[in-house]
Ligand binder design. Structure first.
Ligand code: ADP
Length: 212
């Protein structure tokens, strides 16, 4: 199964991506997770990406494309993959199609998750994530003096720097201008499946599975 997940920030892509990857036993490639890990280790790539990620801008295409080409050098993607947060621009999508062609691979489906903008802002301002496994939690599920710890790996939970209300608005604008055109791009290739992102995690997961 070779899949791409599309959708604005906060629609639940990361959460669904983890569930899908587990269900089909395929690698989950999240460019956001890779970039955050590079930033936290202050690698050369991380230092180049830091300013863009923290202000909600896209990291330049050539940096992200280089990252993906490196990833796809290993054989683990032959049996399948799930892309989360990539491609994010037409330039990235076109280059990704080229790369897959060279590797003799095709995409089976592109799942586009959508919800309305107010719900997105509500969700993102309420979210905290695990600093190690990136599992997402709701701040409102914790008591005020409760320890913010991940129930999966035990690590600390933190608020992403780009999850402030100001930066979110910027990220939504960037999404509309640069990523939304990909919906049409994949629709024209007959690959697109639209999924309503409003509901419980499991309801949305079932909707996705029904389209695969
Ligand atoms: P979200 O989907 O919630 O915006 P991500 O974790 O996918 O979060 O991305 C966080 C940030 O990482 C983006 O705002 C952007 O700065 C950077 N980023 C992630 N993927 C890409 C990409 N494919 N191209 C450019 N920048 C990216």
């Amino acid at each position: 199964m070779r899949l791409i997940l599309l959708g604005a920030p906060g629609v639940g892509k990361g959460t669904q991506a983890r569930k899908i990857a587990l269900e089909f036993n395929i690698p989950h490639v999240s460019t956001g997770d890779i970039l955050r890990a590079e930033i936290s280790s202050q690698s050369i790539l991380g230092r180049k990406a830091e300013e863009f990620v923290h202000t909600g801008k896209l990291v330049p295409d050539e940096i992200v494309l280089q990252m993906i080409k490196e990833e796809f050098k290993t054989d683990k993607f032959k049996a399948g993959f799930l892309m989360d947060g990539f491609p994010r621009t037409l330039e990235q999508a076109e280059n990704f199609s080229k790369l897959l062609k060279e590797l003799n691979l095709n995409i089976n489906k592109v799942i586009n998750i959508s919800i309305d903008e107010n719900e997105i802002i509500r969700r993102i301002t309420n979210r905290i994530v695990c600093k190690d496994c990136e599992k997402v939690f709701k701040l409102s599920d914790f008591e005020e003096d409760e320890n913010l710890k991940c129930d999966f790996c035990g690590s600390e939970l933190y608020k992403r720097k780009d999850d402030s209300e100001e930066v979110i608005k910027n990220r939504l604008e960037v999404y509309k201008a640069q990523t939304e055109p990909l919906v049409e791009f994949y629709k024209n290739q007959g690959l697109l499946e639209n999924v309503d992102g409003l509901g419980t995690e499991n309801e949305i997961f079932e909707r996705i599975l029904a389209r695969l």
